[in-house]
Design a protein around this ligand. Structure first.
Ligand code: SAH
Length: 249
């Protein structure tokens, strides 16, 4: 009797595990379809939200990164809507279109070492990690940085290095970088970041006053030192401010 009831309980548990696995597969499949639809929208020439994203490698990276696994669980249903999302600690992450355009502007190459300032959810870092050799990303809010680090590890990104600290100062021990991307807005271009960019390197950065519309800049560095730069204005954007230690956002 006991043996028979154990066997029944055992097979019931197996059935439950199988049902849960099936439900999870279906959910993953739904997220995959939503992600495909979002990427198609960002690449569409008919889309009126701005320049369409045309770089095929960037579009492929967006198809691969499971954004729903990097946002807070309660935001998962919105992970593939093209809009900013709250990630806690008063921070928001950019809409996917802005991530895609900024990545495209960086012109990422497979051998590049890239610095990101403002890890946030880790989504932008994951997109870059699909495209370049190494990503070094700095977050000033420790719990946000640690959480992103853990989620990125669970997703298997071994080429992303997370540091807690003030990204204004860059990551001198790992410099110089082929590209620098800043995902919080300072009111001027941080000198250390220009110094840590290789000659010929690209920097994409929103610059402007706090909580006002900022200008997204594409900066290309020449061979004659930190001040030999070319600045292109790309589009108006709104980012959370780049804060310095001890400062309130
Ligand atoms: N790239 C992120 C979005 C970041 S939102 C993503 O894909 O999710 C901006 C982030 O910059 C916030 O998490 C904020 O805490 C962080 N930040 C603000 N000032 C900073 C600084 N001086 N150094 C590093 N990170 C900073």
């Amino acid at each position: 009797m006991i043996a028979a009831s154990r066997a029944r309980t055992g097979s019931l548990a197996l059935v439950l595990v199988a049902v849960a696995a099936l439900a999870q597969d279906r959910e993953e499949e739904r997220f995959r379809r939503q992600r495909e639809a979002l990427v198609a929208q960002l690449a569409s020439e008919r889309w009126t939200g701005g320049e369409p994203v045309r770089n095929a490698r960037v579009l492929e990276a967006l198809r691969r990164v499971p954004r729903h696994r990097l946002v807070p669980p309660e935001q998962r249903p919105h992970a593939y809507e093209d809009r900013p999302l709250p990630i806690g600690y008063g921070q928001t992450i950019s809409q996917p279109y802005v991530v895609a355009r900024m990545t495209e502007l960086l012109d990422p190459q497979p051998t590049d070492r890239v610095l990101e300032v403002g890890t946030g959810s880790g989504y932008q870092a994951a997109v870059l990690a699909e495209l370049v050799a190494e990503v070094f990303t700095i977050e000033i809010v420790e719990p946000l940085g640690r959480q992103a680090e853990q989620r990125l590890r669970e997703l298997g990104y071994a080429n992303i290095h997370v540091r807690i600290g003030d990204g204004y100062l860059g990551w001198p021990e790992q410099a110089p970088f082929d590209a620098v991307i800043v995902t919080a807005a300072p009111d001027h271009i941080p000198e250390p970041l220009l110094e840590q960019l290789k000659p010929g390197g690209r920097m994409v950065i929103p610059v402007g006053a706090r909580y006002q519309t900022q200008e997204l800049l594409l900066i290309t560095k020449g061979a004659k030192g930190p001040r030999d730069i070319r600045i292109q204005r790309v589009m108006p954007v709104i980012f959370v401010p780049l804060v310095r230690p001890g400062e309130r956002p």
